[in-house]
Design a binder for this molecule. Structure first.
Ligand code: 13P
Ligand code: SF4
Length: 449
């Protein structure tokens, strides 16, 4: 994970990197951040009207909006409040920030990392009573599941969700499970406890459910109850190896691309990876398709990573001979195949850090991270593969206004925007998450060089 000094140095020169991009998916994005934030669709309080995922814990007592006073505060005032609150709270507070967070948030984070690293990070701060998670909803839920009973997890803006995570819900996964149980001849209601595999060495289950970290807690609990596991983009390969040792096949949700890219890199042929569309009978498959299936891929995707294309890679290679291309495995398969390396946000960071000065790197992932990497490495040419800037709009909902408001709450003894996963759900989800934490990350293709 990057140091605070590195991150602040990166933030200070971010404008150099911004100038590399010319067009945006929303013309408002061309404005400097603090102008942009004042616009009605993106600024503090802008997400108040958004539909918050139904599964959001504490749905009944979630606060409605960012108080007006915080919406009106200047950048300097918010900065003073955040710094003062951090000082007062000391070791009782830990702020976690995902790589996709904007620089104005990253600058205050004690840890910046990918989903796997952040799931581990809070565990290294046993004195922290409050874990403020600057990321998205499923990350904060995971932190709560893994945290001690007396630790509190705060998501500064509860509307910071993930559109991909919302593409699989408990009801449709349960329905798919029942259909698969009929095809493969198992009882869908049977639960597999945490030690089942130790007690039954060598026995393979018909289907192992694997959920990507980008899913709600109920789906992680589903995996925990049915002999399954959670993966992140950094350890998806290790997780699939774990699953193939214990099952005939895998039901992988919600991201079809991570599932396909990982299984393909392991040698699974595409014909053995049918797609499961939850709106169709048998997911849109025949029994014959499912008979040969090794990985059944849920019909989910990330709208940010889906934008990357092989044409962009061709254009980058034509314009910059010798360019190295590194992409996130949420990108479609042809893009991952055409890249030099693919892996988690942490792998992308290392790829750039390890590249020789003077090298040129085109990156296929969220633009806030790309711009920060460009600013931190001015001796390398670094740009986003997509010439049209398109940030993860839900990550962007964590604005310093929300951070200041939730931190002030902690100083006043109030848990604002706390994420509490139902204890029953958490118990089962923890089984699948602990299996995930034991599965070491490894690159999907290529790697830092
Ligand atoms: P990482 O686990 O690679 O940080 O990815 C999380 C994510 O949401 C990517 O879109
Ligand atoms: Fe979700 Fe995509 Fe944003 Fe990642 S980048 S949090 S997958 S919407």
């Amino acid at each position: 994970m990057t140091s605070v000094a590195e991150r602040i140095a990166g933030s200070a020169t971010a404008s150099t990197a911004q100038s590399l991009a010319t067009t945006t998916c929303d013309t408002d994005l061309a404005e400097p951040t603090w102008v942009f934030d004042a616009l009605p669709t993106y600024g503090p309080g802008a997400s108040v009207a958004d539909v918050i995922p139904a599964e959001t814990p504490n749905a009944t007592r979630r606060p409605g909006q960012l108080p007006l006073a915080y919406q009106k505060m200047s950048e300097a005032e918010l900065h003073e409040r955040i710094v003062a609150a951090k000082e007062k709270l000391g070791d009782k507070l830990v702020i976690l920030g995902h790589y996709y967070q904007r620089d104005e948030i990253v600058a205050y984070a004690d840890f910046v990392g990918d989903s796997f690293q952040l799931a581990n990070a809070a565990l290294t701060r046993p004195d922290a009573e409050a874990i403020v998670f600057c990321g998205v909803h499923f990350m904060a839920e995971t932190a709560d599941i893994l945290a001690r009973e007396d630790q509190h997890v705060i998501l500064p803006n509860l509307a910071a969700g993930c559109s991909m995570a919302d593409m699989a819900d408990e009801e449709s996964v349960e329905a798919a499970w029942e259909e698969l149980a009929e095809v493969y001849g198992f009882d869908p209601a049977v639960e597999i406890d945490a030690d089942w595999f130790e007690r039954n060495p060598g026995v393979k289950l018909p289907v192992i459910p694997v959920t990507y970290m980008n899913s709600n807690a109920a789906l992680k609990a589903f995996c925990g109850r049915h002999g399954g596991i959670v993966c992140t983009s950094s350890n998806a390969r290790t997780v699939l190896e774990w699953a193939f040792e214990r099952g005939e096949r895998v039901l992988f949700f919600p991201d079809q691309h991570l599932g396909r890219n990982t299984a393909k890199a392991m040698g699974v042929p595409l014909e053995q990876m049918p797609m499961w569309n939850p709106r169709k009978d048998l997911g849109g498959n025949t029994e014959a398709d499912l008979d040969v299936a090794r990985v059944i891929l849920w019909h989910g995707f990330c709208s940010v990573h889906k934008r990357f294309t092989t044409a962009q890679i061709d254009a980058a290679r034509a314009a910059h001979p010798g360019v190295q291309v590194v992409v996130h495995p949420e990108c479609p398969m042809p893009v991952v195949d055409a890249a030099d390396a693919a892996g988690s946000t942490e792998l992308i960071r290392r790829f750039v850090a390890d590249a020789a000065p003077g090298s040129t790197i085109a990156i296929g992932t969220e633009v806030n991270m790309v711009n920060r990497l460009a600013a931190q490495h001015p001796d390398r040419t670094i740009f986003c593969l997509d010439p049209v800037i398109c940030p993860c709009s839900t990550m962007y909902r964590i604005h310093p206004g929300y951070l200041a408001w939730t931190l002030d709450g902690l100083v006043e003894g109030e848990w604002r925007n706390e994420i509490r996963v139902d204890p029953e759900v958490a118990t089962h989800a923890r089984i699948a998450l602990e299996r995930m934490l034991a599965a070491a990350p490894q690159p999907l293709t290529g790697g830092a060089r």
